[in-house]
Design a protein around this ligand. Structure first.
Ligand code: 5RP
Length: 222
């Protein structure tokens, strides 16, 4: 059983005719967008999507989901994946380097649903490094600040390009390993107060619902 698919397809059932949907990024939201596209074709529902990355923009185009923007519409529901989620529904996101626009769209939604498989559940955030989108010229001072905070930072390197990953916004991505995060709410604020940091991948106190793919089926947590 593909647990990501289970969660993604279940989330697509939540969408109602006429709604504006924030389209998250990643392999789990890939299934959500696919399922939304199938609903548009089969049920002729009139929905529009607001992509959070080039990936979700291209997928929306592939599935013929009309695309709009935050300028033109408010978001009814945002559906997005996560790299880690704790029992208070705090998240680490940004495994796909899209967390800046994801946070803007997800935060502005009336309802924010996270779709994950059960491997993403953790008792404490921090095994997954916190992604930071940074202005390239700020590497040295940002690294120093992160080390002073007890983290081990690394510039994310590209796999099919020489050199660093460049985000959709033209910035570098730093993965800061904190190992164990005691206070994600405070850390989210502290990281964003470092000059040069555009946005960090901690999403605290934002999630309304979690759709969890488990080996026993899909579960909805509120
Ligand atoms: C992209 C993200 C993704 O939502 C997160 O990395 C989870 O991805 P996947 O669904 O592929 O496991 O934050 O920036």
């Amino acid at each position: 059983m593909n647990l990501k698919k289970l969660a993604g397809f279940k989330a697509a059932e939540e969408v109602k005719d006429g709604e504006i949907i924030g389209l998250g990024t990643g392999s789990t939201t890939h299934y959500f967008i696919e399922s939304l596209g199938m609903r548009i074709k089969e049920e002729e529902i009139a929905i529009m999507g607001i992509p959070t990355s080039y990936q979700s923009f291209l997928l929306a185009k592939q599935w013929k989901i009309p695309v709009t923007s935050l300028e033109e519409h408010d978001v009814d529901i945002a559906v997005d994946g996560a790299d880690e989620i704790d029992s208070d529904f705090n998240l680490i996101k940004g495994g796909g380097a899209a967390h800046t626009l994801e946070k803007i769209v997800d935060y502005s939604a009336k309802r924010f649903i996270v779709i994950v498989d059960e491997t993403k559940l953790v008792s404490k955030l921090g095994t997954f490094p916190v992604p930071l989108e940074i202005i390239s010229q700020s590497i040295k001072p940002v690294f120093q600040e992160l080390k002073d905070m007890g983290a081990d930072p690394e510039i994310r390197m590209a796999k099919y390009k020489d050199g660093p990953v460049i985000s959709d916004n033209g910035n570098f991505i730093v993965d800061a390993n904190f190992y164990e995060i005691d206070n994600p709410i405070q850390l989210e604020k502290d990281l964003n107060s470092i000059p040069g940091v555009v946005e960090n991948g901690i999403f605290s106190q934002m999630v309304d619902e979690v759709i969890l793919g488990t080996s026993e089926g899909v579960k909805v947590l509120k």
